[in-house]
Design a binder for this molecule. Structure first.
Ligand code: RB5
Length: 150
């Protein structure tokens, strides 16, 4: 199950992405928003991040205008590694090197075609582990230091 969420500035791209994922036979849980009316991106970043952190959903996709605010918000939830990607190279690296569990995209930055490439790469690339695993563990250690680990 893939969790998806956006603010108003990501709403139209979210609708395209849901269609894209469902046409591939993937199951999607939509955490809103449900229109282009102005809302606050942290609410949707938090909802998707909590669904991924609790393992209700395996991965998440978040969209706002730039992808910046919603990724910053998601990264406050323990266990979340949200990666803002503008091309498929970043999406591949976010999985291979960072074991990212949420992909963030900016509707005002990339069009649907690039977004679909990014998503395809993100969902089909495995974490490499090894030295990258040690580094990801160090990210978890930062959470532990501040008592916010899962
Ligand atoms: C909304 O205008 C915009 O600020 C938001 O979608 C996002 O780009 C924030 O980082």
């Amino acid at each position: 199950m893939i969790a998806i969420g956006s603010d108003h500035a990501g709403y139209l791209l979210k609708a395209d992405i849901i269609k894209f994922l469902e046409e591939k036979g993937l199951q999607v849980k939509d955490f809103g928003t449900n229109s282009c009316n102005s809302v606050d991106y942290p609410d949707f970043g938090q909802a998707v991040a909590e669904a991924v952190s609790s393992k209700e959903c395996e991965k998440g996709i978040l969209i706002c205008g730039t992808g910046i605010g919603i990724s910053i918000s998601a990264n406050k939830v323990p266990g979340i590694r949200a990666a803002l990607c503008t091309d498929s190279y970043m999406a591949r690296m976010s999985r291979q090197h960072n074991d990212a569990n949420i992909l963030a995209i900016g509707e005002r930055v990339v069009g649907p075609g690039v977004a679909f490439d990014i998503i395809e790469t993100f969902l089909n690339t495995e974490f490499l582990g090894g030295r990258h695993g040690n580094r990801v563990n160090k990210i978890s250690n930062i959470e532990k230091k501040y008592n916010i680990s899962k």
